[in-house]
Design a binder for this molecule. Structure first.
Ligand code: ZN
Length: 186
C-alpha cells in the first residue's frame, strides 16, 4: 500500500478494543494491550486491524474519497492531542469514538472473517505464531463474560465461538514461519 501512512497509537483506556481507519491509522486501547499475554497475541490483533485497512473495508463503505481523507485527518488531530491534559484528551477520545464507531460498527461478518484470515497470514508472515489468534480470542471471550459494556469493534461478529472455531481452521495452514510477506499478500 504505497499511499498508506501507517500510524499505530496506544490509547489509555480499559476498553478491550482496537480499531482501524482508512489510510493506515490503527489504534489499540491499553485494556486490550494488557489482555494480550504475548507479542504473538498482540500481532494477531494488529494483523486483523491491518487487514481491515489493506482490504479497504472502511473505504468500500464511502462513495467519496474525501470522507475517507476526512476520517484520517480527524484521526491525525486526535493522535496529536493524545498527550495533552486529561480533559482535552477525553474530548478527543469522545470525538474519535464518534468518528470511529461509524465505520467500525458497520464491518460486516464477511469483513470480520476476511480480516481474521488475512490478519493471521500477516502475523505468520511477520514471524509470529498465528495460533496465538486462537488463544487471544479465547481470552477475550473470558474477559468479556463479566463486562456489561459492549466492545465497539468486534460486536458485529456473530459470536466468539464462531470466530475461534474459524481461526482453529485457518491458523494451522498459516503456520509456516518461513513465509515472507510478499508471498502471503493477497
Ligand atoms: Zn474487525
Amino acid at each position: 500500500m504505497p499511499n498508506a501512512q501507517w500510524e499505530f497509537v496506544v490509547f489509555e483506556s480499559d476498553e478491550l478494543n482496537a480499531f482501524a481507519l482508512p489510510g493506515g491509522k490503527v489504534g489499540v486501547y491499553t485494556g486490550l494491550l494488557n489482555l494480550a499475554e504475548s507479542n504473538d497475541e498482540l500481532a494477531a490483533v494488529m494483523g486483523h486491524e491491518i487487514a481491515h485497512v489493506s482490504s479497504r473495508h472502511s473505504g468500500e463503505r464511502y462513495s467519496s474519497q474525501i470522507i475517507a481523507a476526512g476520517l484520517s485527518a480527524t484521526a491525525d488531530e486526535v493522535m496529536k492531542a493524545k498527550k495533552v491534559e486529561d480533559q482535552k484528551r477525553q474530548i478527543a477520545m469522545a470525538v474519535f469514538g464518534g468518528v470511529a464507531q461509524g465505520p467500525m460498527l458497520k464491518f460486516s461478518r464477511d469483513h470480520e472473517t476476511e480480516a481474521d484470515i488475512i490478519g493471521v497470514r500477516f502475523a505468520a508472515g511477520a514471524g509470529y505464531d498465528p495460533r496465538a489468534a486462537i488463544t487471544f480470542w479465547q481470552r477475550m471471550q473470558k474477559a468479556n463474560e463479566g463486562r456489561a459494556e459492549p466492545w465497539i469493534l468486534l460486536s458485529t461478529y456473530p459470536s466468539n465461538e464462531t470466530r475461534i472455531r474459524q481461526l482453529q481452521e485457518i491458523a494451522p495452514p498459516s503456520m509456516s514461519r518461513s513465509m515472507r510477506p510478499h508471498e502471503i499478500a493477497i
